[in-house]
Design a protein around this ligand. Sequence first.
Ligand code: ZN
Length: 59
Amino acid sequence: MQEKLQCYMCDRIDNRGIVIYNQYVCRNCELQLIKINLDELKYEFFKRKLKKMWKYTLV
Ligand SMILES: [Zn+2]
């Protein structure tokens, strides 16, 4: 028996996704989440590098 789950983000019903923070997220939204998180991580990394650069130029 396969359980059908409803996606927390897009309301699609399937059972191939994952559960994040007790919420079911379908495969499609999972991929989008990963992409968003990676972009944010990159942005955060870039921001920190820039901050460091500024520090060095100002001191
Ligand atoms: Zn979804």
